[in-house]
Design a protein. Structure first.
Length: 493
């Protein structure tokens, strides 16, 4: 039997990185086994579901490179099937009408404390409507009395299933309430809708977050009541915040949104790689893996039970997200094939009005050479338009620390750099070797260390204290720009 898995997000906000990881693991398993990866939008919460959120989910999956098979399914379109299933269970005596007034019952399966839940479950086993005769139940319904439909859970026994990650799972029927299938307004509830849709879509493996383990016991009961084959389950460890609390949209904001990483300059393949490492361990400890390698090495058995910690520092702009995420992204930027990186840099420069059409034409070789030079120290694509701005525009900022360290400490440096500009202006051809020879010769003539001129030149030409080799900077910026910037005196003005 072919593997069929699904990703089933609710379109009630942006795509959470925990949900994105679930999508990735489902996609990897489908591609590893030659199965199908399906997408279902669980849009039954009509008040909170939005088209914008749906678009965000689809765009997020596309950005990560996770293509889905078959047609997109909207859960709301299946509501008639969900109602029909509940009515079928009612007709078969596996469910019952609960005529308890709405204000006295928990139609939405709202979370209760343990003591209240235990009391409610015991009460349900004594629910006067649970064993109401079919005739009386039908008559009251025909008379227009409102009712919910509940699954009739056996008094004794237990559910059990083998979770691929967490092992054997058991739960006594006495711990499971007679779950509501349809509210009194005929609205199908989550557990029923999910099970019917998974049956309809032929889902063989349900791969989702560990927080759904409790729901799984209820859903197993529904599969059995419906006479359907129970799929295999694999629950994923949670992703926790640095304080070991649950990582949530409400508490942590944009740092948990997939679109944040797209908009802040992450390479899609790098973030996909990072997500895979949250809860799954590749063989031999290898951490940088291509899409093909992720598919090759991935297995559900490789998923650990320990929750993953997503480390970030809310008040530190430099560590706004997990250090490992930034490291993985920097490694991709530094090592990925240049022809894959250049379009991303082009898009970043274009978005910040730094792009020139010549970079795609007569200056294409220069653009490629420059990007290859400066990418070695960058962490995100944003760095090309921010730290790298001086390579693409004469309008750039000077880091105050760089000016203080490399320019203002030596009173003579302003005049020395102007003298160096005069020297470089005569150099022909102007390249790495000739600019270095000219600078070192000028340093000897002026009786100063070459390092003084190298560090000063780097700050004058780029606004920064660190960067590539100064002579490679001279080479890519060219003679005219180099000489003009050395003469400008901007940091002293």
């Amino acid at each position: 039997m072919s593997v069929r898995v699904r990703f089933a997000p609710s379109p009630t906000g942006y795509l959470h990185i925990g949900a994105a990881r679930s999508a990735l693991f489902n996609w990897l398993y489908a591609r590893k086994t030659g199965g199908q990866f399906l997408l279902r939008i669980e849009d039954t919460d009509l008040q909170r579901s939005t088209d914008e959120s749906t678009r965000s989910i689809i765009e997020g999956l596309e950005w990560l490179g996770l293509d889905y098979d078959e047609d997109l399914v909207f859960q709301s379109a299946n509501a008639p099937k969900h109602r029909a299933a509940a009515l079928s269970l009612l007709e078969e005596g596996k469910a019952y009408r609960d005529f308890t007034p709405k204000e006295q019952r928990n139609d939405n399966n709202v979370k209760e404390d343990i003591a209240e839940r235990a009391r409610t479950q015991t009460d349900q086993r004594r629910n006067p409507y649970r064993d109401l005769s079919k005739q009386e139940s039908d008559d009251r319904a025909a008379a227009g009395e409102p009712f919910a439909i509940r699954l009739k859970v056996a008094v004794s026994g237990q559910t059990h299933f083998a979770d691929i990650v967490y092992g054997p799972q058991e739960r006594g029927y006495s711990e499971i309430e007679d779950l509501v299938l349809l509210r009194s307004d005929s609205h199908p509830l989550y557990n029923l809708s999910v099970v019917i849709d998974d049956i309809e879509m032929g889902i063989t493996h349900v791969i989702r977050g560990q927080d759904h383990l409790t729901n799984t016991h209820k859903q197993v009961l529904l599969y059995e009541a419906l006479g359907a084959e129970v799929p295999q389950f694999a629950h994923l460890p949670l992703i926790l915040a640095p304080n070991k609390g649950k990582l949530s949209k409400r508490k942590h904001g944009e740092v948990v949104s997939l679109t944040t990483y797209r908009d802040r300059g992450f390479v899609p393949a790098a973030f996909r790689n990072f997500l895979a490492l949250l809860g799954w361990s590749p063989p031999e400890g290898k951490e940088l893996l291509s899409k093909e390698e992720l598919v090759q090495y991935f297995s559900l058995e490789g998923i650990g039970r320990a929750n993953a910690i997503f480390n970030f520092h809310e008040n530190d702009p430099r560590r706004w997200t997990d250090d490992k995420a930034l490291w993985v992204n920097s490694e991709y930027i530094r090592t990925m094939p240049l022809d894959e990186l250049l379009p991303m840099v082009r898009a970043e420069l274009r978005a910040n009005k730094l792009w020139r059409e010549e970079y795609d034409d007569e200056d294409r070789e220069w653009f490629s050479k420059t990007v290859d030079l400066i990418r070695q120290r960058y962490f995100t694509l944003k760095d090309f338009s921010e730290q790298g701005r001086a390579y693409f525009s004469d309008d750039f900022d000077f880091e105050e620390a760089a000016v203080a360290k490399n320019l203002r400490k030596e009173p003579r440096l302003r005049e020395l750099l102007r003298g160096l500009a005069d020297k470089l202006e005569t150099v022909e051809p102007f390249n790495v070797e000739t600019s270095e020879a000219a600078l070192r010769a000028f340093a000897d003539e002026a009786g100063v260390k070459a390092g003084l001129l190298i560090n000063g030149s780097r700050t004058m030409l780029t606004g920064q204290a660190v960067g590539p080799s100064m002579f490679e900077i001279f080479d890519v910026l060219g003679k005219e720009a180099s000489v003009n910037r050395l003469r400008s005196g901007v940091p002293w003005s």
